[in-house]
Design a protein around this ligand. Structure first.
Ligand code: NAD
Length: 341
């Protein structure tokens, strides 16, 4: 009997629905020849449902997520006013303890990048640090944000990153600002150093975050696995996405011990909503990462191969890649290629 995976799908806001649909199209194409079945269960979340539910992540959706093996999430618009609901991605990461944010940074053929043949991964601690958004006003005009860093979370993310480095080029760079943030980044640094003793085959380097932003431009080929805290990882991974080819191609995984959420690195790009113009590859690659996480490695590799093949042929290129293909043209080309592999 074939295996069935229940996949929760959150379409998101802005360009979210149109690109999420393309990833479903590619997943449907791939499962025609696969031994497994994907059962898509759609939930509501995002800015568009605040008016109806008074929250951007309704209880029904949380219950739906709990019944599924993984979540494929479209980008969502995060309201910026004080007191508004916090980001859905941040809520899901916290609720399901998705402590590892994994962002592969790999060049594709025929796509302009800062340098050719780059292949590294940014692993970001996903549950604490400044990005957790624990901030408050202490007096009018005076705000405070907590940057909580713990040995427990730092050890957990370091172990995840070392295991990943062991399966790759066996090189890990930990990024911090320990010269200034001596206590918090001291805890992070000490945790990485302690974990490194269990992985003697992995070469370890460290960089201050300001130097890391520079090295990503100057010598990106020097990296294999970068591990860092939440906010530094958020910034470095967007920079890395641009270095390797642009936000339209960059996918991310949020992984915990029992659940995973997969999404494009980019946001909801509201100005392009409904224009059938943006690149769907980021969310299609996020869908591939989801299959890989579910243990369907060969099938995930087929999606990556189809994307690579469409890009190297160069006939279908969305506007961000210098062409004039639409979102649906790109999705159709990848789905067609998937059926041929
Ligand atoms: P954004 O990533 O939405 O867009 C920035 C620019 O990147 C766009 O104007 C566009 O030029 C380009 N871009 C983004 N996606 C693209 C694609 N698929 N193809 C081609 N080009 C693409 O960033 P923003 O404008 O800062 O944020 C918009 C909203 O998205 C905000 O509300 C933000 O909070 C939210 N956001 C959500 C997530 C998430 O859901 N995980 C992540 C980042 C930002």
């Amino acid at each position: 009997m074939s295996k069935t995976y229940n996949i929760s799908v959150l379409k998101g806001d802005g360009i979210g629905p149109e690109i999420t649909q393309t990833s479903i199209q590619v997943l449907q194409a791939i499962q025609e020849k696969s031994k497994f079945k994907l059962n898509f269960l759609y939930g509501e979340a995002g800015l568009h449902c605040i008016e109806k539910y008074n929250t951007n992540l309704p209880e029904e959706t949380i219950e739906l997520l709990k019944r599924t093996n993984a979540c494929l999430k479209g980008p969502m618009t995060t309201p910026e006013e004080a007191g508004a609901p916090i980001s859905v991605a941040v809520k899901i990461r916290k609720l399901f303890n998705l402590y590892a944010n994994v962002r592969p940074c790999k060049t594709f053929p025929s796509v302009e990048s800062l340098k050719p043949n780059l292949d590294f991964v940014v692993v970001r601690e996903n549950t604490e640090g400044l990005y957790a958004g624990a901030e408050f006003t202490v007096a009018p005009g005076v705000g405070v944000a907590y940057r909580i860093i713990t040995t427990e979370a730092s050890t957990r993310i370091a172990e995840f990153a070392f295991k990943l480095a062991q399966r790759r080029k066996k090189h890990l760079t930990y990024v911090h600002k320990g010269n200034i943030l001596r206590i918090t980044d001291g805890i992070f640094r000490d945790a990485v150093k302690t974990v490194s003793k269990k992985f003697p085959d992995v070469t370890v380097d460290d960089l201050h975050v300001d130097a890391a932003t520079m090295q990503l431009i100057k010598k990106p080929e020097a990296f294999d696995v970068i591990v860092t805290t939440n906010l530094f990882g958020d910034i470095l991974s967007d920079e890395a996405a641009q270095v390797t080819g642009g936000l339209g191609l960059a996918a991310g995984a949020n992984i915990g011990d029992t659940f995973g959420m997969f999404e494009p690195v980019h946001g909801s790009a509201p100005k392009y909503t409904g224009q059938n113009r943006v690149n769907p590859i980021a969310i299609i690659m996020a869908a591939a990462m989801m299959l890989d996480h579910l243990g369907e490695r060969d099938t995930a590799a087929k999606i990556e191969k189809a994307v690579t093949s469409v890009l190297s042929e160069g006939k279908t290129r969305t506007v961000d890649l210098g062409g004039n293909a639409t979102t649906t043209d790109m999705a159709d080309a990848i789905a067609t290629k998937v059926r041929l592999l």
